[in-house]
Design a protein around this ligand. Structure first.
Ligand code: PMP
Length: 421
């Protein structure tokens, strides 16, 4: 995979990929759908997988598969070593201080549930407050409500402005002695807004409050640095960073993870067990009860390798350019209303076409071979905030091209014609 420097017609230089070579790494992209080229604009829901990740899964099952961590035999050791090497790759990917702070979970959803349940049970009581934002995914709302029902803690919600930016003044006002946790997204999956997460964390810490960051939509689009960010917990899903589904990461500061009770009990997470008393394993295994997603973790390591080989400098520059291009092109269609126009955005454009129902738009685009997502994007409160039931969402991965955008724009022109908008 080569990263090439691209000199535009206007003389500006941009770091860009060899997009054709990148696309060739993703076998699914060369398919046709309804005899049309497959245009995949739904990476925020799940990203496609490069050959390198698919090969890692096959290689694991073909050459190095056995249960991990407890076998003395060769194959178990080999699988364990490869899985733990993947943990180290993830540690480096997010610049965590220690691989013990990298917990393999099923995905962001499980990571948040783990923290809400385990940390929440230990630390929350009636009257305590958890600050979330108006643009959270349901998975960063519902687990906190569930632990709130058990403990009496309540949610406080940071509003967003008309562009989809978090209202930082309101956030500051919400923090009080009752605040016990701030749980906020790094990038909104419904709007694409990049939140000022570093400031959010700093302000929370000035008030002695820990922060959980939902990094699901940030991890594919920007370099992460846990130590610089100083997040207490950070979650993301493997399937959105070109890895498999069913594997994800919960990062937590060691001292917090050490102090919390386990989330699930079972094999792997124990030190000794008697009927009278069980002692727990050290990190990270204390939070990894049962047989893990071995091939998934290994393939997640391959996804990290894949991203590293391209590099976030090039990815960010390329995707930024693509997002600007798509925003400009779609924005030029006069009956399109963009939902989410914050100055800092990543990978996502949500929009409406006149009063056409997003599902109708999505269905017509589908027949053109174009995959977009329509609906509330598991973020109903932010839909309510913008007074819409649903949007059409086009989301981008590192394999999308300007041609994909052109196909979407041309198809939207046809949709516009059909509905007379
Ligand atoms: N948070 C955000 C911002 C998301 O976009 C998603 C996935 N749509 C999730 C959390 C949940 O991720 P998963 O379903 O992989 O657990």
């Amino acid at each position: 995979m080569t990263v090439i420097s691209d000199i535009r017609k206007d003389g500006s230089v941009t770091s860009a990929f060899d997009i054709d070579r990148i696309r060739a790494d993703f076998p699914i992209l060369s398919q046709t759908v309804y005899d049309k080229p497959f245009v995949y604009l739904d990476s925020a829901a799940s990203a496609q997988k490069p050959r390198q990740v698919i090969d890692a899964i096959t290689r694991t099952y073909e050459t190095e598969y056995a249960n991990v961590h407890r076998g003395v035999h060769f194959m178990s050791q080999k699988a364990t070593d490869t899985m733990e090497a993947a943990r180290e790759k993830v540690r480096a990917f997010i610049n965590a201080a220690d691989p013990r702070e990298v917990i393999f979970v099923r995905g962001a959803t499980e990571g948040i549930n783990l923290v809400a349940s385990s940390w929440g049970r230990q630390n929350l009581t009636a009257g305590d407050e958890i600050i979330v934002s108006e643009m959270e995914h349901h998975s960063n709302i519902v687990p906190w409500q569930m632990i709130g029902e058990q403990t009496g803690a309540v949610l406080k919600v940071v509003p967003v402005d008309d562009s989809g930016m978090l209202m930082m003044d309101e956030y500051k006002k919400l923090i009080s002695a009752r605040t016990k946790m701030v749980a906020i997204t790094h990038v909104s999956n419904a709007l694409g807004t990049v939140t000022p997460i570093k400031d959010i964390i700093r302000i929370a810490h000035e008030n002695g409050v820990p922060v959980l960051v939902d990094g699901c939509q940030a991890a594919p689009h920007m370099a992460l640095d846990m130590q610089a960010l100083d997040a207490d917990f950070y979650v993301f899903s493997g399937h959105k960073i070109y890895g498999p589904s069913g594997i994800g990461v919960l990062y937590g500061k060691a001292e917090l993870l050490e102090a919390m009770p386990p989330y699930q009990g079972g094999g792997e997470m124990i030190d000794t067990v008697t009927f009278e008393k069980t002692t727990y394993a050290d990190l990270p295994f204390k939070y990894e009860a049962g047989t893990p997603h071995i091939a998934g973790a290994i393939a997640l390591g391959a996804a990290v390798d894949y991203i590293n080989a391209i590099g976030f400098d090039a990815i960010v520059a390329y995707e930024h350019d693509l997002l600007d291009y798509a925003t400009e092109q779609l924005g030029a269609i006069n009956s399109i209303r963009l939902i989410g126009t914050a100055p800092q955005k990543a990978g996502i454009i949500s929009f409406l076409l006149g009063d056409v129902h997003p599902h109708d738009v999505g269905t017509i685009l589908d027949r053109e071979g174009i995959a977009v997502r329509t609906g509330h994007h598991c973020a109903q409160p932010i839909m309510d905030r913008f007074d819409v039931a649903a949007t059409v969402r086009a989301s981008f991965g590192l394999y999308n091209s300007r041609e994909d955008v052109d196909a979407l724009v041309a198809a939207m022109g046809r949709v516009q014609g059909i509905f007379g908008q």
